[in-house]
Design a binder for this molecule. Structure first.
Ligand code: HEM
Length: 274
């Protein structure tokens, strides 16, 4: 029914109404920003919204143009939604793994000490000198797999995929979970192990089956940005602090909580200055 009458869903009560309310909130948030920037930055574009506004103005007489206010707001909302919760939740998982596996945390810290000065500004370039830290971040992305399914697609014509007939109009969700835990590609897929991304000499190795950002035309738009953010935040945090569970907490539960993305259980962690 959603397919045939999407507008109808706006009138039915139910939990999806909350999603519409959040969507409305995000659109208003971006629209306010658009109004501010329209006033301030005309003639001196600074960011995506400014450049988009300029493009709308440039193409206003082209009936085939897709540059319009609705698409601009939706683009900004997509970037905000896609780029915040995913990266911050992955960082939460990373800290939880460090608490659960203190020997891995210590090895990351030894590597940081060996290659970075204590007050040196950390840049993404440094990950080349930190293969172990890089492997821990990749394993965190892989193992926590926060997105778990890709964004929905709709089949534009009847087709056959791996012997399965798929009708035109069918919604298809890529199951990333099945890939990241595929034992054909990962020696110990059930276990958090940075070794998945290291060769025998301790060099970082990229893996073909590394899929937390998906692949193909719809691959995550922010993969590079997420990698940079994760490396800089994680390295800064582990250089400044050692993380541990508070006294009295015996076990860390690594099972995820199912939601829009896979969340860790909530824990208070102690950040001990180093
Ligand atoms: C740890 C961080 C992140 C993870 C694990 C992640 C993962 C993903 C995945 C699995 C998809 C779906 C791709 C598909 O269906 O084939 C996706 C889409 C997307 N991501 Fe990310 N993402 C992350 C961070 C970011 C950041 C930082 C941004 C932007 C600033 C971003 C923007 C987007 C957008 C706009 C899409 C939709 C692309 C499309 O539909 O064509 N993501 N992401």
């Amino acid at each position: 029914m959603y397919d045939a009458f999407p507008w109808l869903m706006h009138h039915f009560p139910g939990p999806h109404q909350e999603v519409f309310a959040y969507n409305h909130f995000m659109h208003n948030l971006v629209m306010n920003e658009v109004h501010i920037q329209e006033r301030q930055n005309a003639g001196d574009p600074q960011d995506l919204i400014d450049f988009y506004l300029a493009q709308i103005a440039k193409t206003k007489d082209d009936p085939t143009s897709t540059f319009n206010t609705d698409n601009m707001v939706q683009t900004a909302v997509d970037l905000l939604l896609g780029g915040t919760e995913t990266t911050s939740t992955t960082l939460l998982w990373a800290l939880l793994y460090m608490v659960k596996y203190p020997e891995i945390q210590e090895r990351v810290q030894r590597e940081i000490e060996a290659v970075l000065e204590p007050s040196q500004l950390i840049s993404y370039e440094d990950c080349k000198k930190q293969p172990y830290t890089n492997a821990v971040i990749h394993e965190t992305l892989q193992y926590s797999n926060v997105t778990s399914v890709g964004v929905p697609r709709q089949c534009v014509r009847n087709t056959t995929l791996l012997g399965h007939h798929i009708n035109k109009g069918t919604l298809v969700l890529p199951n990333l979970h099945s890939v990241v835990y595929d034992s054909e590609h990962w020696e110990t897929s059930w276990k958090f192990s940075p070794d998945h991304f290291l060769d025998l000499d301790g060099n970082f190795v990229n893996k073909e089956a590394f899929f937390p950002f998906s692949a193909g035309h719809r691959v995550c738009l922010g993969e590079q940005m997420a990698q940079v953010e994760l490396f800089i935040f994680f390295t800064n945090l582990l250089r400044a602090f050692s993380f541990q569970i508070p006294e009295g907490v015996k076990e860390i539960d690594l099972e995820y909580i199912l939601g829009a993305i896979l969340q860790p259980h909530s824990y208070k962690l102690c950040a001990i200055p180093r």
